[in-house]
Design a binder for this molecule. Structure first.
Ligand code: DON
Length: 317
């Protein structure tokens, strides 16, 4: 039976998984994990640095959580694998891979990382994510965002809302993303007007989620594309496998190699402080803590997933 009920998640206390996750949060809270809340988008700087939560959802639809797993925050770059999945589902692997690579860039999330044929190196850096967004069917940016919001809501199992203030803040200050989109347009990776890709990209990053929502999203990938809570098939099994493979190599930017060695779970971080992880056939997990390390990954989030991986034997290898 699932613990999810209308209006919230219940049954979170008298359960060994919840107790173990609460203990992991306490342990990590006591350690020193230096980090700073992202401030390159002014509105993100208002996040509470002490917010800290974790949620997991099994492929059978059981929900677990500890700490601030019901505190809303913006999805940011954790949207990227899911929009990429929607693009693959709509266009097929060949068409998408003709425009976006699947290689780790070894560079920062906002790096100028294009391969010799002009494709962004992968869909999880900003350049590749903007191209993914451009591939979502729609006559313009508004229609594209409507499709994205609907798709991400199906991954989450509930209708996701936009944080207008973060969206405005990001679109007023996103000059580097404008430059990356212009470079992608110059190489022909991007074939729609820049605004019709960039505006829905800023909006997708500004969708509000909590850790439980994102654990369901990750659980949908872990479950071969079927949402484990609603039972709805969101993408094909092949698409879910493809996306998890790319997350394995590229999800943590220039820390992806160290991440695979120490944690060993496909994952994706966001500058809102979330990290989504998915153990194939088992769990979707999301940790939330806004202060970020130098690579732009949640400092406490990395520590929690390291610990959960070793304590619960989640390393894939
Ligand atoms: O493109 C941006 O600047 C952000 N909206 C998303 C970047 C992000 O989350 C990078 N992640 N660690």
């Amino acid at each position: 039976s699932t613990e999810r009920q209308a209006g919230g998640v219940t049954g979170f206390t008298d359960n060994p998984v919840n107790a173990a996750m609460a203990r992991v949060l306490d342990d990590v809270r006591r350690e020193d994990h230096p980090g700073a809340v992202a401030d390159y988008i002014p509105q993100l700087a208002t996040a509470d640095p002490e917010a800290f939560g974790v949620a997991s959802v099994s492929v059978h639809g059981h929900s677990y959580g500890a700490g601030d797993y019901r505190v809303p925050f913006t999805i940011q770059s954790m949207s990227k694998p899911f929009v990429y999945a929607l693009a693959l589902e709509a266009l097929g692997v060949e068409a998408v891979c003709a425009r976006i690579g699947v290689e780790p860039s070894g560079e920062a999330f906002n790096g100028i990382s294009f391969d010799p044929s002009g494709r962004p190196e992968n869909p999880l850096i900003n350049a590749g994510a903007i191209v993914s967004t451009s591939l979502i069917p729609g006559v313009d940016g508004a229609e594209r965002f409507a499709t994205i919001r609907d798709g991400l809501s199906r991954f989450a199992g509930r209708e996701l809302e936009l944080d207008e203030a973060v969206y405005r803040s990001e679109s007023e200050t996103g000059f580097r993303n404008l430059a990356l989109a212009a470079l992608a347009r110059s190489t022909d990776a991007l074939r729609v007007p820049i605004e019709d890709a960039l505006d829905p990209y800023f909006r997708q990053c500004s969708l509000l989620v909590d850790a439980h929502d994102v654990a369901v999203m990750g659980g949908t990938l872990a479950n071969g594309g079927v949402n484990p809570v609603t039972g709805e098939r969101v993408v094909s099994t092949a698409v879910a496998q493809h996306v998890l493979s790319v997350m394995t190599g590229c999800g943590m930017y220039d820390r992806s190699g160290a991440w695979m060695v120490s944690v060993g779970i496909p994952a994706k971080s966001g500058v809102g402080g979330g990290i989504v992880a998915a153990t194939p056939g088992e769990y979707g997990i999301c940790v939330f803590s806004p202060p970020l390390d130098e690579a732009g990954n949640s400092s406490r989030g990395v520590a929690v997933l390291q610990r959960m991986s070793s304590e619960f034997g989640l390393h894939l290898l």
